[in-house]
Design a protein. Structure first.
Length: 260
């Protein structure tokens, strides 16, 4: 790409999806209908797609999921435009540090290990996400927080109740509590997070409350205030991002937990 073409791309404010040719508006969507797989079911899928603004729409894949359901992939064009000036996202507002840098700041500023307590709460048994962040083997080529010599990690595992989490945070004098929520059925992740943050606020005076960090693939990162947590991490988070955030939040922005 030439310098001028690259500049034009970076200045773009209106974009449309790109399928076969630039700006043709082509999108692909998948869903399941509670109908047996036949011609009428495919017609129903097309009707849904058209009502969603995909027109013309094509059923490019349909597969029976047992006798009463059909899975569809629909491909077609939308007229909608995306205005980048109206796109608001949570950008990383802290520097990414290497494990060496994290250890060095913790050692210099805290003069003791930074204590992290992690868990999956409620009935959620999906531990792969929190383990990706905490376990030494890590994720996406990065070592997990257990690898950091100046971090003490207590991983409580799955299906931890909120009272147990609060108790463990107290016992271990946690500076930060890292909670994972993967199941979102009936907004379980939101209810559990609110219950957790309320419990910590009740159990700790403000200046002693550990930093509350929640993560999972279906969280909206802008909901921190609504959920009463300090930070939300979404899909694809890496351990280095979390370690860098902990240093930023605990050592740069707020005081660490006061020891009694
Ligand atoms: C593996 C898996 C399981 C395993 C879990 C094993 C284990 N020890 O974790 C088993 C087989 C036990 C399982 C069970 C169930 N599962 Co399941 N499971 C999955 C699956 C295939 C992969 C999840 C995963 O490991 N992802 C990989 C990790 C690395 O990604 P991640 O969790 O997103 O984590 C990353 C980020 O989100 C973030 N992150 C996550 N947590 C945290 C926390 C913090 C603090 C931070 C900073 C970051 C962070 O960092 C991680 C690294 O980037 C997903 C489908 C999918 N493809 O995602 C379904 C899925 C999550 N399961 C699902 C369901 C429904 C279930 C069951 C209810 C099924 C059933 N009827 O029994 C049970 C529930 C069990 C329970 N009590 O929780 C649904 C959830 C639907 C929903 N909307 O809620 C999914 C989406 C599948 C689906 N499409 O239906 N499951």
């Amino acid at each position: 790409m030439t310098a001028s073409a690259s500049k034009a791309t970076s200045e773009k404010t209106i974009v449309r999806p790109y399928g076969d040719t630039a700006g043709d508006g082509m999108v692909q969507m998948s869903f399941t209908l509670p109908l047996p797989h036949d011609k009428k079911a495919e017609g129903a899928a097309l009707q849904l797609a058209k009502k969603m603004g995909i027109d013309p729409a094509m059923v490019v894949h349909a597969k029976a999921m047992g006798p009463d359901f059909t899975f569809f992939v629909v491909y077609g064009s939308v007229q909608h435009l995306v205005d980048l000036r109206d796109v608001h996202v949570i950008e990383r507002d802290y520097p990414l540090l290497s494990p060496k840098e994290v250890n060095s700041v913790v050692k210099k500023v805290m003069r003791r290990p930074l204590v992290v307590v992690g868990a999956c709460i409620g009935t959620d048994a999906h531990t792969v996400g929190i383990d990706a962040i905490l376990n030494i083997k890590g994720f996406a080529g990065e070592k997990g927080l257990e690898y950091y010599s100046e971090l003490t990690v207590v991983n409580l595992g799955a299906q931890v109740s909120v009272p147990d989490l609060v108790e463990q945070a107290r016992i271990h004098k946690a500076d930060a509590v890292l909670v994972s929520q993967v199941v979102t059925q009936r907004d379980a992740h939101l209810h559990n997070t609110r219950e957790m943050s309320a419990a910590f606020r009740e159990a700790f005076p403000a200046e002693r409350r550990p930093l509350l960090v929640i993560g999972g693939p279906r969280f909206d990162e802008s909901m921190t205030g609504e959920l009463g947590v300090d930070r939300i991490f979404g899909k694809g988070t890496t351990p280095g991002e979390v370690a860098s955030y902990l240093v930023h939040a605990l050592l740069a922005e707020r005081k660490t937990v006061k020891r009694s």
